[in-house]
Design a protein around this ligand. Structure first.
Ligand code: AKB
Length: 325
């Protein structure tokens, strides 16, 4: 249950997930109760106009402390991170941002008696020796990207803060997230967003950086928002996994998403030019067993590939038309 008088901080509020989650939280808790924070001001008008924004660097604990003292947050959603593909370009910085940022938030939450913390993990915690089909909640984890290593270490620390200090921190291992409102930044699964944008351009064609039969777990944004809010509003005793929950909705390949788009745009063409992101994709699961999330707090996704494609194309078309006016 949501306590709608809570003040909530969203760090990384201008990102792909943050920009949509902040709006959902503002609908639930009221605009002025949900502070959007990021390293740069929001570009989206709805995010900018619906509640307070604070410029913050998650690597600056003093500034974070001042912010928390000002607003007395009851909940923090800490979404700021360097993703898988960008992380490989500057591994030391990715490690610093992803780990020091998490420590700053966890310590702040303890100091300021924040009641609940949300921190996203990823399918990137798995690695080349993990079973790739129906990957279990508990299994071999040998991530070989700095992003995956930081997420796996982060999971261990979240569980540690819960066990040792009683901090109510909750987490999901997101698959690739697909939405029409904001673009992802620097991930391996980003192709599954880009492809819809390119399908609606005049050329109706897309050159994919993964090969045609590369299957990855994916999820449409409304499902990701629902999962996040359901987990955060579940009674604490139902949240039995304190590292991070496996979460699943669909699994598809570039060839299959192209075929789904062709049902609406028959002339759409896809070509393939795999780059360094192929190796990352090949080290990740193809599908995920999320039975723990189903059992503990009733997780169930609503969208499959074709339902997502129909909704993505409809909304992207609408947005293009509005921009053209
Ligand atoms: C990425 O591709 O890096 C992310 C993820 C799966 O965590 N979308």
């Amino acid at each position: 249950m949501a306590n709608t008088s809570d003040t909530v901080l969203v760090i990384g509020a201008c990102g792909q997930l943050g920009s949509e989650l902040t709006l959902e939280l503002r609908n639930m808790y009221g605009g002025s109760n949900v502070v959007a924070a990021d390293i740069a001001a929001p570009k989206q008008a709805d995010l900018r106009d619906s509640g307070p924004f604070e410029k913050i660097d998650v690597l600056d604990p003093k500034a974070m402390g001042e912010l928390a003292a000002k607003y007395k947050f009851k909940q923090i959603y800490h979404l700021a991170a360097v993703l898988s593909a960008t992380g490989e370009k500057n591994p030391k910085f990715a490690w610093k941002l992803n780990m020091d940022g998490l420590f700053n938030v966890l310590d702040l939450a303890l100091e300021q008696k924040v009641e609940k913390v949300y921190w996203p993990s990823s399918i990137a915690v798995f690695g080349p020796n993990t079973p790739r089909q129906n990957t279990p909640q508990h299994t071999i984890m040998d991530p070989n990207t700095v992003y995956g290593i930081s997420k796996q270490a982060g999971e261990r620390w979240c569980e540690y803060y819960f066990e040792k200090y009683g901090l109510d921190v909750r987490s999901l291992r997101y698959p690739g997230l697909i939405g029409y409102k904001a673009l992802p930044g620097g991930g391996t699964t980003d192709y599954a967003v880009d492809i819809y944008h390119k399908a609606l351009e005049d050329s109706a064609s897309y050159e994919c950086f993964l090969s045609e039969n590369t299957y990855l777990p994916m999820m449409y944004m409304p499902d990701a928002l629902k999962a996040t809010l359901d987990l955060m509003h579940a009674p604490a005793e139902q949240v039995k996994v304190r590292s991070s929950y496996n979460l699943s909705a669909m699994s598809f390949s570039p060839k299959e998403i192209a075929a789904s788009i062709q049902k609406h745009i028959p002339e759409f063409e896809i070509s393939y030019k795999p780059d360094s992101r192929q190796q990352i994709a090949d080290s990740w699961p193809q599908s995920i067993d999320d039975s723990a999330a189903q059992q503990d707090w009733g997780w169930k996704p609503a969208y499959d590939l074709d339902a997502m494609t129909a909704d993505m194309l409809l909304n992207l078309k609408k947005m293009k038309e509005e921009q053209a006016v």
